[in-house]
Write a protein that binds this ligand. Sequence first.
Ligand SMILES: *[C@@H]1O[C@H](CO)[C@@H](O)[C@H](O)[C@H]1NC(C)=O
Ligand SMILES: *[C@@H]1O[C@H](CO)[C@@H](O)[C@H](O)[C@H]1NC(C)=O
Ligand SMILES: *[C@@H]1O[C@H](CO)[C@@H](O)[C@H](O)[C@H]1NC(C)=O
Ligand SMILES: *[C@@H]1O[C@H](CO)[C@@H](O)[C@H](O)[C@H]1NC(C)=O
Length: 444
Amino acid sequence: MEKAKNFKGKFLLLFVATYIFIFVLSLKTSRTDRPIPKPRWPPAECPLWVSNNTITPLTNTKHFLVSAYMDQRVDGLDIRIIGLFRRDSIQPLHCLFCCGDHIGTTTPTTILQHSDNFGFPFVTTDVMCWIPKNCHATHVTLLTEPDAERTSNLSWLPIRNQKTNGKQKMKFNFTVCISNLFGGYNNVLQVAQTLEMYRLLGVDRVVIYNTSCSPELSRLLHSYSQEGFLEVISWPIDKYLNPSSGWLFSQSGGDVHYFGQLTTLNECIYRSMERSRYVLLNDIDEIIMPYQHNNLMSLMNTLQAQQPNTGVFLIENHIFPKKHSEPSGRFHLPQWNNVPGINILEHIYKEDPDRNIYHPHKLIIQPRMVEQTSVHEVLKNFGRRYKVPPHVCRIIHVRMALQGSLTLEQLHVDKRLWDFQEKLIPNVDRVLQRVGLLHSDKQS
Ligand SMILES: *[C@@H]1O[C@H](CO)[C@@H](O)[C@H](O)[C@H]1NC(C)=O
Ligand SMILES: *[C@@H]1O[C@H](CO)[C@@H](O)[C@H](O)[C@H]1NC(C)=O
Ligand SMILES: *[C@@H]1O[C@H](CO)[C@@H](O)[C@H](O)[C@H]1NC(C)=O
Ligand SMILES: *[C@@H]1O[C@H](CO)[C@@H](O)[C@H](O)[C@H]1NC(C)=O
């Protein structure tokens, strides 16, 4: 007993000594790579006020800032700030940097409105600039005047994706970006099935921008984010703007396309750029499904070998109307009776896309090869784009019928989801059980 205590004490001493040693060492090394040493700590003036929010009003303007990223893919530019700008009020802006412990000089900006605005007053906008010499930039903000002295109330954005060259090992192979949840969304069963299906296909991370959802769905999402599979990003766009219920200003009015969907999709690409090999851009009720491979990695290995220098893969959307259910009812499971939402395993009848009219795609991209995206196509990218044939990969999208007049005989049977049922059902049960939504009579 005594001995053990003694040993413990010695061990603790050694531990503390090592800790202090490492701490002193790290102080020394970090000081040497600062260009302008200022021993003042904590920093008195920079950054004074760091925005924790995903939507930050830009002082003296009608615009909103979302996030700032290091992006040196375009010659002469270092920083890309993603924002939501009012198109009729765009003025010259200047980048101001926080260089570790002092404020740097301002640099001019290039303001790039995205080409898709669908007539709305607000548009996703990239503001690009370079970092001044001798500045180890940690935060950035935008000024309407080139003279920093005359400005107060700065809200600084941290600069993310720092010091990377795209060669480090990626943490994730596949990230799915879900642009927005809004309107008290309550489709719990379909969300649980879809997230579990993503996991079976090899997805490592799902990012969801949350404006609002039902309490039950929120519980489910909290559970997924606690285990690290899901990243829920608060997106209170309705606190700042009047979001539109539609995609076209002339039809539905409002300030911005849906709930700022285009902004969140772009934000998600940059958020994923240094950590995920591929990013899937689709909605929460859509599953990008390989039909000749068991998972997304073997699909992409095949496609990438056939299509060199391609960073954008377009996947055709196929609609499975929810009004037609599979007749045997073998997947109408009693334990899911009280779970709100659609059971995708019951819907196996698929509309043939009407290729005479515009037919939408969703995207698998290599984030480092994309600069700007819209919903169904990218707006600016490096490298080539490729339309993936639907027999290789297509989207399973269970929802309201698009071509409502089609009869059952005119639809096609597609049971691809059933290939995964053996693992899918217990996985869905497990997560529903965890959040207390599974029917308790399950065992009987
Ligand atoms: C940002 O978050 C931290 C804690 O996470 C908090 O202490 C700080 O006050 C927040 N800043 C603002 C401006 O809200
Ligand atoms: C600082 O910001 C607050 C709220 O954002 C505003 O009420 C105030 O007038 C601003 N002050 C200056 C000096 O701009
Ligand atoms: C990514 O895929 C490779 C196989 O191509 C695999 O070895 C690796 O473990 C995967 N990484 C993750 C995070 O799943
Ligand atoms: C989603 O947003 C709503 C509204 O702000 C909030 O009540 C809810 O807790 C959020 N859910 C998650 C999982 O973050």
